[in-house]
Design a protein around this ligand. Sequence first.
Ligand SMILES: Nc1ncnc2c1ncn2[C@@H]1O[C@H](COP(=O)(O)OP(=O)(O)OP(=O)(O)O)[C@@H](O)[C@H]1O
Ligand SMILES: [Mg+2]
Length: 368
Amino acid sequence: EHLELSSGPVVIDMGTRSCRVGFSGHHSPSAEVSTLVGYQMGSEEARSEVVIGEEALLYPDSEIMDVMHNGLIINWEAAESLWKHLLEHELRVNPEDHPLLLTEPPFSPTCSREIIAEIAFEVLGTPGLFVAPQSVLSVYTHGKISALVLDMGHAATRAVPVLEGRSIAYSSKQTDVAGRCLTWYLSTLLEDMGHTLSEGMSHVVEDIKRTCCYVTTDFQSLPPPGSHTTDIFLPDGMTLTLSKELFQCPEVLFNPPPNWGDSFVSIQETVQKSLAQLPKEIMPTVCANILLCGGSSLFKGLEKRLCHELQSHLPSGTMVEVVGSALRRHAAWTGGSILASLHNFQSCWIRQDEYYEVGPCIVHQKCF
Ligand SMILES: Nc1ncnc2c1ncn2[C@@H]1O[C@H](COP(=O)(O)OP(=O)(O)OP(=O)(O)O)[C@@H](O)[C@H]1O
Ligand SMILES: [Mg+2]
């Protein structure tokens, strides 16, 4: 039984730093919005007005909610406001007209899908719903069904093996080494140079990280090959001259300072821990298909260095290939877009009538 579609499905991919939304069939999302939900305190009724995205920061009297923590949704009321905003204001559609595919981060508790279904059907009035793991969707984007996804996001980096379209939970691993701590680390490097940037300048540090930082192939030799100096002109008229800081920042991915604690494990060790728990016979397939995904995987030189680090730690003769494709930034979203537009997928939607017949637990029956 196919869902009668009046109009195309919408895909939403949630992240700690930003959420991506767009129509299925497109290869990239129509909008990317910062995961910020602010409630402006009205004079009479608290939480009178909801402000979404960067705009929330413009209201000094608004209370900003943490929608997500370490990649997982923790505030469902805020998530609901965010989804409404994405549909009604970013895409300008009526939520009742479009089936919704939502991505699910690794390590999500089972109940989170049920809550998603409750909100989608009972609050948004969605005609159809599907929830799919981000890792599996990222693998589809690359035209594969088996691989190891290394999703390097803002709050965390996760290594998730996917075998024939199914993510393997028991050998998925996570580390706190990701975009957020890199931005913080870069700001401490700048402070050490005597540049204390005011709070309003935090986006400047993130911009420097995104546009100028790079991974060296050889951190041991100083200066590393290809290192250079870059002048950065700040909005306040100052000029920053950066050189070793540009590679010291992303070096944390491979060598997190030991005093940061046990949850900050290097990315190569995170991959190795994941591989170590896989059955021997599937190791070759997975090692030859390590897919970099997420915003923090965009550093220049990352693929080469990671490949080198892995090769030197895995049994000799292991064929390692690290893929950093042009699709990596929005890999999970794009995979959702592909899946939702496939003809054979149309019978997979949870329909509204099915939801009301079975209840929220239908997500466990219909979604993989
Ligand atoms: N070109 C770039 N180079 C390095 N880092 C980047 C680049 N572009 C974005 N980032 C970083 O990537 C992070 C955001 O990545 P992404 O959108 O995958 O995370 P998220 O999905 O919001 O978070 P999470 O998956 O942890 O919940 C931010 O920390 C951002 O600074
Ligand atoms: Mg993410």
